[in-house]
Design a protein around this ligand. Structure first.
Ligand code: 5GP
Length: 114
């Protein structure tokens, strides 16, 4: 039984979020604690707990999700580029066990990441 997370509640619209894009595949919301001028989270409506479980979505749904992330990034108009991050597990500092892509942009990124 999967844990009911804050993102499950946001997807069900039980709690509010600043939704920047939604279709039948994904919901994209502004991160509540942005790490850049633009910080959007892309959540698939077909939930798995993390990027390490993406195979459970099936290839077609996973492909739709990845393409949707790209389309959301395009809509954000980040002409100088952006970063996409999937945090996974303890070392990845994943805090919410509902797969989500971070799209962060609007500033110069550094490498290596912290
Ligand atoms: P993680 O650390 O799991 O990769 O990322 C979780 C992200 O969700 C964090 O960047 C955090 O700021 C964001 N977050 C946590 N709770 C909420 C919330 O209630 N609403 C929104 N919009 N973002 C949240």
């Amino acid at each position: 039984m999967q844990q009911d997370t804050i993102f499950d509640k946001i997807i069900r619209k039980e709690i509010p979020a600043d939704i920047v894009y939604e279709d039948d595949v994904v919901m994209a919301i502004k991160d509540i604690n942005p790490q850049g001028p633009i910080h959007v989270l892309v959540l698939p409506k077909n939930k798995v707990t993390g990027f390490d479980r993406i195979e459970e979505m099936g290839a077609v749904e996973a492909g739709k999700y990845i393409i949707a992330i790209s389309k959301v990034a395009e809509k954000l108009n980040l002409k100088d580029g952006y970063r996409i991050v999937f945090n996974v597990g303890k070392h990845g500092q994943q805090t919410v066990p509902y797969i989500h892509a971070h799209i962060i942009g609007g500033r110069q990124m550094g490498w290596p990441p912290g």
